[in-house]
Design a binder for this molecule. Structure first.
Ligand code: NAD
Length: 296
């Protein structure tokens, strides 16, 4: 590959994503604020650079995988956009506010670059296996330019629309996930009160109209789906802190756009409360909270 990629943010997700680009033959200039991430990056075959700006100045493509919209905007405006060569492709794969994604894209365009928002689902295991799903927002030509790289890191790449619309797809999907996990958990606890075993409810609902991913792949009670985190003391998986973040983004977007999204807003409240003591547990552990509160 003669494309050089600067990859900024080599955490749980960015680290393995960047490693897959190296395996595919790209030259990857890596930067992170955390020394441990840089050490791992070196082992994975990245070229470690001393700042994100240094990486951007030598790259054709800049990929960011950062905690929040503020990180992305601060980095873009703090020198990353100014350091990059004109026309650089900027791919932001962080999960951030739709409004922040548009702000970041506008700043990149104003600086003469080609941005896309390209958040992912699939978690750390998907990042390591190169099977992430990418939801992409931005002009079609930028999408086409980004697609070969996204195909290396992911198994499914969908162009969702203009700038910010990739983030819109991500938060809409995860809002459904948060709501459906609460719904399935309430059903299990209600069933327990009514003398309906978890397994019997699973056997019925998994073949009926209550069927959904939160039940059949990620079942929040131990037993019916042996691979779900419930069978492993609710080790994540997908941590409550991350679900809480995504529901917060969904709640912001519901309110900013005047949408009567009562379940989305309520799911955000439920996970914010659960998060106080359980942020490190898998988000499916919400069933234990519903059960405890039902037995008080
Ligand atoms: P993480 O905290 O493990 O990684 C973020 C990395 O960014 C850290 O290593 C941090 O040191 C680095 N960083 C922060 N500011 C920086 C800066 N200015 N310059 C360079 N590096 C900087 O987080 P993660 O789990 O890898 O998640 C990254 C993004 O992906 C988040 O937006 C998250 O919501 C999203 N996401 C995560 C998952 C998941 O399962 N972990 C799944 C889908 C999406």
């Amino acid at each position: 590959q003669d494309t050089t990629v600067a990859f900024v943010g080599l955490g749980h997700m960015g680290g393995p994503m960047a490693a897959n680009l190296v395996k595919a033959g790209y030259k990857v200039l890596g930067f992170d604020l955390a020394p441990a991430a840089l050490e791992q990056a070196g082992k994975d075959g990245l070229t470690v650079v001393s700042s994100s700006d240094e990486g951007a100045s030598q790259a054709d493509v800049v990929i960011t995988m950062l905690p929040s919209g503020k990180h992305v905007i601060d980095l873009y405006n703090g020198g990353l956009l100014a350091s990059a060569k004109p026309g650089t492709l900027f791919i932001d794969s962080s999960t951030i506010d739709v409004a922040d994604a548009k702000t970041a894209a506008d700043a990149a365009v104003a600086a003469g670059h080609r941005p896309v928002d390209a958040p992912v689902s699939g978690g750390v295991s998907g990042a390591a296996a190169g099977t992430l799903a990418f939801m992409v927002g931005g002009p079609a030509e930028n999408f086409e330019a980004a697609k070969p790289l996204l195909d290396v890191m992911g198994a499914k790449v969908v162009h969702c629309g203009d700038a910010g619309v990739g983030q819109a797809a991500k938060i809409c999907n995860n809002m459904v996930l948060g709501i459906s996990m609460i719904a399935i958990s309430e059903a299990f606890v209600l069933g327990e009160k009514l003398g309906l075993s978890n397994q019997a409810f699973f056997d019925v609902a998994s073949n009926a109209s209550g069927q959904c991913w939160s039940l059949t792949t990620y079942c929040p009670v131990p037993g019916p789906v042996p691979t779900s985190p419930a069978n492993n003391d609710y080790q994540p998986g997908f941590a409550t802190a991350l679900m809480n973040k995504d529901l917060g983004l969904a709640a912001n977007a519901l309110q900013a756009n005047g949408v009567d999204g009562q379940l989305g807003l309520h799911a955000a409240e439920i996970y914010t409360r659960f998060m106080e003591e359980n942020g490190g547990k898998d988000f499916s552990a919400i069933v234990t909270d519903i059960r405890d509160r039902s037995n008080e």
